[in-house]
Write a protein that binds this ligand. Structure first.
Ligand SMILES: Nc1ncnc2c1ncn2[C@@H]1O[C@H](COP(=O)(O)OP(=O)(O)OP(=O)(O)O)[C@@H](O)[C@H]1O
Length: 257
C-alpha cells in the first residue's frame, strides 16, 4: 500500500507552483496521468525523498518515509524506492553492468558482495542484457537503454518502482513491445509500480487505477480493472476513445505480426 499526502511549493524568481496531491492505493500498477506541468514528477520526487514537502506524509507498506507532523524524513538512499527518470539518466562512462550495480555500491564499498553480484547477474539475464554487460550505454538502442534503466531501478530490491514516462524516448513500434515487457517484468518481480504517462494507451494497457492530475492536484481516480469498457474508461479519463473498428484491429495485428 502506498499512501501519500503531499503539500509543497516550488518557486524560482518568477514562477511558483503549489502541489497538493493525495492518493492511496494497493493495486499492482497505478498511473499518474494528466497534462504537462500538472505536478506528476514533483510527486515522484517527493515520494523518493528528493523534495521535502512542507506538510503531509508518505507511507509505504506500513513504513512511514515522511511525516511532517511527526518530524520523520527518511533519507532518499534508505527509502528502498526504484526510480526510473524520464530520460533514463544512465551514467555514460559506466558499462551496462556497472550502471545496474550502481545503487548497490558506494564510494566506501567499491566491491559488490557475492549476493549483490548474483542479483546483478540475475537482472542482466532477466532483461536480456548479458551479451552487452560490458558495453557503454551510448552503444545501445533506445529499448536496450530503457531495460538497463529498469534493471538499475530494480537492483536495490525496491518496495515500489516509480517510472517517469518510461516509454517517452521510444518510437511507437517499440512502445507496445516494451509495454508488454514491462507488464511481464511486473508479474515476474511482483513489485508495485507507479507510472507517469501522457499516453492513454499506456494507461489502458497497463494500469489498474489512474490518478488524473490537474493543476497540482489529483482531480479524480479512475478504476480501470475488469468490468469497464475501453471507451468508457477513455471517457472517464477525459480523452476521445480510439477508433477500435475491426478493420483497424486487423491492420494492427498485421503490422505487429
Ligand atoms: N524549482 C521550480 N521552480 C518553479 N517551478 C517549478 C520548479 N520545479 C518545477 N516547477 C514547475 O512545477 C510544475 C509541475 O512540474 P512537474 O515536473 O511536476 O510537471 P509534470 O506533471 O511532471 O509535467 P510533465 O508531464 O511535462 O513532466 C511545472 O509547471 C514546472 O515548471
Amino acid at each position: 500500500m502506498i499512501d501519500v499526502d503531499l503539500q509543497l511549493t516550488v518557486a524560482d524568481g518568477t514562477r511558483r507552483f503549489d502541489l497538493a496531491a493525495r492518493f492511496a492505493t494497493n493495486v499492482p500498477f497505478a498511473a499518474l496521468y494528466g497534462p504537462s506541468g500538472a505536478g506528476k514528477s514533483l510527486t515522484f520526487q517527493a515520494i523518493a525523498g528528493l523534495l521535502h514537502p512542507s506538510r503531509g506524509h508518505v507511507r509505504l507498506d506500513g513504513r512511514t518515509l515522511f511525516d511532517s507532523a511527526k518530524g520523520i524524513d527518511v533519507p532518499a538512499a534508505e527509502r528502498r524506492i526504484g526510480y526510473l527518470f524520464q530520460n533514463y539518466a544512465l551514467f555514460p562512462h559506466l558499462s551496462v553492468r556497472e550502471n545496474v550495480a550502481f545503487g548497490l555500491t558506494s564510494w566506501r564499498k567499491r566491491r559488490l558482495s557475492p549476493e549483490d553480484a548474483a542479483q546483478v547477474d540475475a537482472l542482466l539475464r532477466s532483461f536480456d542484457l548479458t551479451a552487452m554487460a560490458d558495453s557503454r550505454p551510448r552503444t545501445l538502442s533506445g529499448g536496450q537503454q530503457q531495460r538497463v534503466a529498469l534493471a538499475r531501478a530494480l537492483a536495490c530490491r525496491p518496495q515500489v518502482l516509480l517510472l517517469d514516462e518510461p516509454f517517452a524516448a521510444l518510437n511507437p513500434m517499440l512502445r507496445s513491445a516494451v509495454r508488454q515487457d514491462l507488464a511481464a517484468m511486473q508479474r515476474e518481480w511482483g513489485i508495485p509500480v507507479l507510472m507517469i504517462t501522457h499516453d492513454i494507451d499506456d494507461v489502458l494497457d497497463l494500469a489498474d487505477v489512474a490518478f488524473v492530475y490537474e493543476a497540482g492536484q489529483v482531480a479524480r481516480e479512475v478504476d480501470l480493472r475488469a468490468g469497464t469498457s475501453r471507451s468508457l474508461m477513455a471517457q472517464k479519463l477525459g480523452v476521445p476513445a480510439r477508433d477500435e473498428t475491426p478493420e483497424r484491429n486487423r491492420l494492427r495485428r498485421l503490422l505487429h505480426g
